[in-house]
Design a protein around this ligand. Structure first.
Ligand SMILES: [Cu+2]
Length: 177
């Protein structure tokens, strides 16, 4: 049993009011400023920050790792990802890839959508550096945004991208598994 599922079990068996208060203090919070949507141009703009916190040794996006944050986008929308590396210690990059098993050890060629990747995919962008990704979410499906620096994805540096015709507008959701 993993530590996560054990924690979930413990929360589940605690009495209601106390159990409800037992949301892990380490659970990252979604900041509404991260995502904006322009319905006229069908453009979702997402601020993706690597190493926002020291969670997982800095191997996180916006303070989330292991797919615990999902960017949901209606199919056919334009996606603009403003990537910034705020990790003071490590270089990072970002690429949209198909959800595959096993997790890729490094950059995947090609990305799930044309141009859906930062520069310096393999070596990563240095602390403080930025790059902007633009692509069209043209195919419905479950994808991940992962760090292409070798080993980082394997260490949990990935979040989810869900492209669906059921979505009315872009939104961010968080989950613990
Ligand atoms: Cu990385």
């Amino acid at each position: 049993m993993t530590r996560l599922s054990l924690a979930g079990l413990l929360v589940a068996i605690l009495p209601g009011p106390i159990g409800a208060a037992q949301t892990p203090a380490t659970h990252a919070q979604i900041d509404s400023s991260w995502l904006s949507a322009d319905t006229a141009t069908k453009t979702a703009t997402f601020a993706l920050t690597s190493g926002l916190t020291q969670l997982n040794g800095g191997l996180n996006f916006n303070g989330f790792n292991d797919g615990k944050l999902t960017l949901n986008v209606p199919v056919g929308w334009n996606v603009v990802i403003r990537f910034t590396n705020k990790d003071p210690n490590l270089p990072h990059s970002a690429e949209v890839v198909d959800t595959t098993k096993p997790m890729p050890a490094g950059p995947v060629d090609p990305p799930a959508f044309p141009r859906a990747m930062t520069v310096k995919l393999m070596t990563g962008l240095a602390s403080g550096d930025s790059d902007t990704i633009r692509f069209v979410a043209s195919k419905p499906g479950s994808y991940m945004i992962f760090c292409g620096v070798p080993g980082h994805g394997l260490a949990g540096m990935w979040i989810r991208l869900n492209v669906s015709p059921a979505e009315k507008r872009p939104r961010l959701t968080a989950n613990d598994h």
